[in-house]
Design a protein around this ligand. Structure first.
Ligand SMILES: NC(=O)c1ccc[n+]([C@@H]2O[C@H](COP(=O)([O-])OP(=O)(O)OC[C@H]3O[C@@H](n4cnc5c(N)ncnc54)[C@H](OP(=O)(O)O)[C@@H]3O)[C@@H](O)[C@H]2O)c1
Length: 242
């Protein structure tokens, strides 16, 4: 994997940052994308460079198709070719069927579903071998009634993962990692994880390392496409539990 180049969306913080740091351990060069977290992205960029990998950094609002496509084009002209695309950036707003709006749904679909599709299309347009990993959510197997727009957008990304795996074969492998309970939502502390861990069969929550390791596993695999790895302590096996 040494010297391969990976574009990671939403890489400044949290899971995206953990994937970037894991890539640096594998000597993978990194194209960091961020939207609003410019300072965190710059700090991460400095840390990654210190490990010896090459990095590039770009800002884009992925709710805009134009900005998403420009991001890919700028990244490609800066580094020549891109081997891995990690569609990690995501919105996670609260909404229910009662207060759900069409606008909220479109915002979630724009960032969580269409941006991965448009970036993947550009990626496939390089006409070379490559690997795409989409970040899904373990809850796609049941219903997340408190995040309806998010839930629907991730369900669509699940379908797109399988569709793209067929359409972009044989050159490109398209897989997904579906995290379960890993980090509390922004604004909530560790008590959130302690409370929620009993909803998992393994009665535990996962770590950033486990997500990053699953991504690495899929990037190393040469005979897997259209696959979803649930990193969720078995949560996807259960129905709705609050
Ligand atoms: N955390 C968990 O436990 C968990 C559980 C299940 C699934 N997941 C999935 O795993 C992935 C990473 O999770 P996370 O919790 O680390 O994600 P997050 O913190 O909610 O979001 C990741 C990044 O997405 C970027 N983003 C949001 N709106 C954007 C926009 N309009 N344009 C461009 N970028 C935008 C943000 O970048 P800026 O900060 O730069 O604006 C943000 O830092 C997501 O796909 C999520 O659905 C996470």
């Amino acid at each position: 994997m040494k010297g391969k180049k990976a574009l990671i969306t939403g890489a400044a913080k949290r899971i995206g940052q953990a994937i970037a740091c894991r890539f640096a351990e594998e000597s993978i060069d990194i194209i960091l994308h961020y939207n609003r977290s410019g300072q965190e992205a710059e700090e991460l960029n400095t840390r990654l460079k210190e490990t010896g990998v090459r990095t590039w950094i770009f800002q884009a609002d992925l709710s805009s198709q134009d900005e998403g496509e420009e991001l890919f084009e700028k990244a490609l002209s800066a580094c020549g070719s891109i081997d891995y695309l990690i569609n990690n950036a995501s919105l996670f707003p609260d909404d229910t069927l009662i207060n759900f709006t069409a606008r909220g749904l479109f915002e979630n679909i724009s960032v969580n579903t269409l941006a991965p599709l448009f970036l993947s299309r550009k990626f496939a347009g390089q006409n070379r071998k490559g690997k795409i990993i989409n970040l899904l959510d373990a809850r796609i197997t049941d219903y997340d009634s408190r995040h309806v727009s998010y839930h629907l957008s991730k369900r669509m990304l699940y379908d797109l993962t399988r569709l793209m795996a067929i359409e972009f074969a044989p050159g490109i492998m398209v897989n997904a990692v579906a995290p379960g309970l890993i980090l509390p939502p922004p604004g909530q502390g560790p008590e959130f994880l302690d409370k929620m861990k009993y909803t998992n069969p393994l009665q535990a929550y996962g770590t950033l390392k486990e997500i990053a390791d699953a991504v690495i596993f899929l990037l190393k695999a040469e005979f897997i496409t259209g696959q979803i790895i649930y990193v969720d302590g078995g949560r996807h096996l259960k129905g709705c539990v609050y």
